[in-house]
Write a protein that binds this ligand. Structure first.
Ligand code: PEP
Ligand code: MG
Length: 586
C-alpha cells in the first residue's frame, strides 16, 4: 500500500453519489503518436514482415499474460483474454491491412491503426453491450500491436471484462445507458457537468461518478488504483490506508442513512403542517421502474423517451413504443406516468436520425421543434402514448416549448391522432392530461398565456437555467455559473408557479434541482405541487419534505426575494436545510 505522500488528489464536479475503489481503465483513442510516412513499393515485403512479427509478439504476450492470470486467480478469469487472441488472429482485419499497404504505400503501423479504428468505431455504434466491449478489446490489442511495431515496452494488460473504474474524455448519454453496470464500478470524465445527460444517466444507474476533471485521461494510466468520491467530486490516486478507512466509514454512515430512509417508503410526502407534495421519479429506461417502486415514488414525473431512440439504427415503431409505454404505465399505476414526447437533439443524438452537424445543438433542431417537422415520427409516438393510456394513469408533456404556437400545434396533432384512432376503433383515454415543459425563458415569462392551453406545467430547470444564464449545461468550464439560486432563476420559477395557480393548473419541477434537498424548502415556498427526481434520491427528498413546514418555506421565499446574489440565496436555503436535516446533507 502506498504511503500518504504518494496519494494524489484531483477535484472535479460531484456527479453521482457513492464511493468506488478499483483499477482505472483509461479509455482514449491514441492516434497522435503514430506518424504516417511514405514507403517505396520495394519495402512492402519488409513492412509485412514487421507486421507479422508484431502480431506474433503480441500473441505471445497475451498468452504469457493468460498463463500468469490462470496461475494467480484461475482459468476462468484468464479466459477473458481469449477475445484479445481472436483479434490478432482475425484474418479479415489482417487481409485489409495487407491490401491497404499496397494501395496507400505508407508505414504499417499507420495502416493498421486506420483499419482497426474503423472496426472499433463501427462496433461501438452497435446497440449490444457484448459487441461494444469487443470494440474495447480491439482497442486494447491495437495499442499493443502498435507499441510492438514501434519497439516500445508492453503496457500492463487490463481487460474491460474485469471490474474497473472507467476514465474517459467524454461519454455520450447512450454510451452510459448501455454500459455494463456489473463491470463499471465508477466513472471519471474530463468533460461534463451535473446536468449533462451522461451524468443524469450515471446517477440513474447508481454509478459513483465525477465529471469535469479536465485532464484525467492525460494524467491517469490504466491499471492505476483510484478511488472515486462521488459525494464530493474527489478522485484519489493510490489512496493510503488511512484514506481507505475514512471512506469505508463514510460508506457505512451513508448505508445506515439509506437503510433508515427505506422505512419512509410507504409514508406520505407531507409537510409537518399538512401540505402534501407529490414526489415522483424520473426515468430514462423502462428497467428503472423497479427503482421507482422500491423507493416509494408516487409515479413517474418524467419519462425521457428519447433514450428508446438513441443508439438505434432504426426508429422504434408505434407498436414497439405502445408495448413499452403500456407496460410501464401498468407497473406504476395507479400512480401517474408522465411521458415526455421525444426530446432528441442537444447532447442526445440518435444514429437513426440524420440531424446534421449543428454549431449550437442546444439552440438547434431539438425536441418539439424536431417533432413538429417530422410528423410521421411524432404521430407514431403520440398514437402509442394515447393507446397506452388505457388501463394506466398516463399523462404526456411536450419538451422545449418556447411559446403558444408550438403548444397549439402540438395539441392539434394530438387531436388529429385521437381522431384517427377513433376512426380505427382503437381505445384511448380521451381525458389524458397534456402539459408543457417550461424550460425556455420565453415560456416562463409567458407562462400565463400557456397556462390557458395545458393541464399542467413541469419545469425543466436543467434547461431553464442553461438558457437563462446562457451556459452550455454540458460544458465543465462554465459549470460554476449554473446556479439554481440565481435571483433571476428564482423570479422565473415564481412567475411560472403563480401563473399555473392563477389558472388552476398544477405545476411541478422535474429538473435536477428537484432532487437537491438544499432547494426543497425554496421549491415548497414557491408553491410547487410536484417534485420529480432520480428514483434513488426520492427517499431523501421525502424525508426533507416531512421535516419542513409550509409556513417556514413561505417565509424563506419572502426573504429570498429580497436578496440580490446567488450566494446570498444559497446561504439562506442552506441554513434552513441545515436546521432540519443536517445528516441528509452529508
Ligand atoms: C430539464 O431540462 O430540466 C429536464 C428535466 O429535461 P432534460 O434534462 O431531459 O433536458
Ligand atoms: Mg430539458
Amino acid at each position: 500500500m502506498s504511503s500518504a505522500s504518494e496519494e494524489k488528489r484531483f477535484h472535479g464536479v460531484a456527479a453521482a453519489p457513492g464511493v468506488a475503489f478499483g483499477q482505472a481503465y483509461v479509455f482514449t483513442v491514441e492516434t497522435d503518436d503514430v506518424v504516417r510516412y511514405h514507403i517505396e513499393p520495394a519495402r512492402i515485403t519488409d513492412e509485412i514482415a514487421r507486421f507479422e512479427s508484431a502480431l506474433i509478439q503480441t500473441r505471445v504476450q497475451i498468452l504469457e499474460m493468460q498463463q500468469q492470470i490462470a496461475e494467480a486467480i484461475g482459468a476462468k478469469d484468464a479466459g477473458i483474454f481469449d477475445a484479445h487472441l481472436l483479434v490478432v488472429e482475425d484474418q479479415t482485419l489482417i487481409d485489409e491491412v495487407l491490401r491497404k499497404l499496397e494501395t496507400e504505400l505508407c508505414n504499417v503501423e499507420f495502416v493498421f491503426q486506420e483499419v482497426a479504428h474503423r472496426y472499433i468505431e463501427s462496433l461501438s455504434k452497435i446497440d449490444d453491450p457484448y459487441l461494444r466491449e469487443r470494440a474495447l478489446d480491439i482497442q486494447d490489442v491495437t495499442r499493443r500491436v502498435i507499441r510492438n511495431l514501434q519497439g516500445k515496452a508492453p503496457r500492463p494488460f487490463l481487460s474491460m471484462d474485469a471490474p474497473h473504474i472507467l476514465v474517459a474524455h467524454n461519454l455520450t448519454p447512450s454510451d452510459t445507458a448501455t454500459m455494463n453496470r456489473e463491470k463499471v464500478l465508477g466513472l471519471a470524465l474530463d468533460l461534463g457537468s451535473r446536468t449533462s445527460h451522461t451524468t443524469i444517466m450515471a446517477r440513474s444507474l447508481g454509478i459513483p461518478s465525477i465529471v469535469g476533471l479536465h485532464n484525467a485521461t492525460e494524467t491517469l494510466t490504466s491499471g492505476a488504483e483510484i478511488l472515486i468520491d462521488g459525494y464530493n467530486g474527489l478522485l484519489i490516486v493510490d489512496p493510503n490506508e488511512e484514506t481507505l478507512r475514512e471512506y469505508r466509514e463514510l460508506e457505512l454512515r451513508q448505508g445506515a442513512i439509506t437503510e433508515q430512509l427505506t422505512e419512509l417508503r410507504e409514508t406520505k410526502s407531507t409537510t409537518r403542517d399538512g401540505r402534501h407534495i407529490v414526489l415522483s421519479a424520473n426515468i430514462e429506461l423502462p428497467e428503472e421502474v423497479d427503482a421507482v417502486l422500491s423507493n416509494g415514488a408516487e409515479g413517474v414525473g418524467l419519462y425521457r423517451t428519447e433514450f428508446l431512440y438513441l443508439n438505434q439504427s432504426t426508429l422504434p415503431t408505434e407498436a414497439e413504443q405502445f408495448e413499452i409505454y403500456r407496460d410501464v404505465a401498468q407497473r406504476v399505476a395507479p400512480h401517474p406516468l408522465i411521458i415526455r414526447t421525444l426530446d432528441l437533439g442537444g447532447d442526445k443524438l440518435s444514429d437513426s436520425i440524420e440531424s446534421g452537424d449543428e454549431l449550437n445543438p442546444f439552440l438547434g433542431w431539438r425536441a418539439i421543434r424536431f417533432c413538429l417537422e417530422n410528423l410521421e415520427i411524432f404521430k407514431a409516438q403520440l398514437r402509442a402514448i394515447l393507446r397506452a393510456s388505457v388501463g394506466g394513469n398516463v399523462k404526456m408533456m411536450f419538451p422545449m416549448i418556447s411559446g403558444l404556437d408550438e403548444v397549439r400545434r402540438g395539441l392539434q396533432i394530438v387531436a388529429e391522432c385521437k381522431e384517427e384512432l377513433r376512426r380505427e376503433g382503437s381505445e384511448f383515454a380521451d381525458d389524458l392530461e397534456i402539459g408543457a415543459m417550461i424550460e425556455v425563458p420565453t415560456a416562463a415569462i409567458a407562462a400565463d398565456l400557456l397556462a390557458r392551453e395545458v393541464d399542467f406545467f413541469s419545469i425543466g430547470t436543467n434547461d431553464l437555467i442553461q438558457y437563462s444564464v446562457a451556459i452550455d449545461r454540458t460544458n465543465e468550464r462554465v459549470a460554476h455559473l449554473y446556479e439554481p439560486t440565481h435571483p433571476s432563476v428564482v423570479r422565473l420559477l415564481k412567475m411560472v408557479a403563480d401563473a399555473a395557480h392563477a389558472h388552476d393548473i398544477w405545476v411541478g419541477v422535474c429538473g435536477e434541482m428537484a432532487g437537491e434537498i438544499l432547494f426543497t424548502p425554496l421549491l415548497l415556498g414557491l408553491g410547487m405541487d410536484e417534485l420529480s427526481a432520480g428514483a434513488s434520491i426520492v427517499p431523501r427528498v421525502k424525508s426533507a419534505v416531512q421535516r419542513l413546514t409550509m409556513s417556514e418555506c413561505t417565509q424563506l421565499l419572502e426573504e429570498v426575494l429580497q436578496l440580490d446574489t446567488p450566494s446570498a440565496v444559497l446561504a439562506r436555503c442552506t441554513a434552513v436545510a441545515q436546521r432540519h436535516y443536517p445528516e441528509l446533507l452529508g
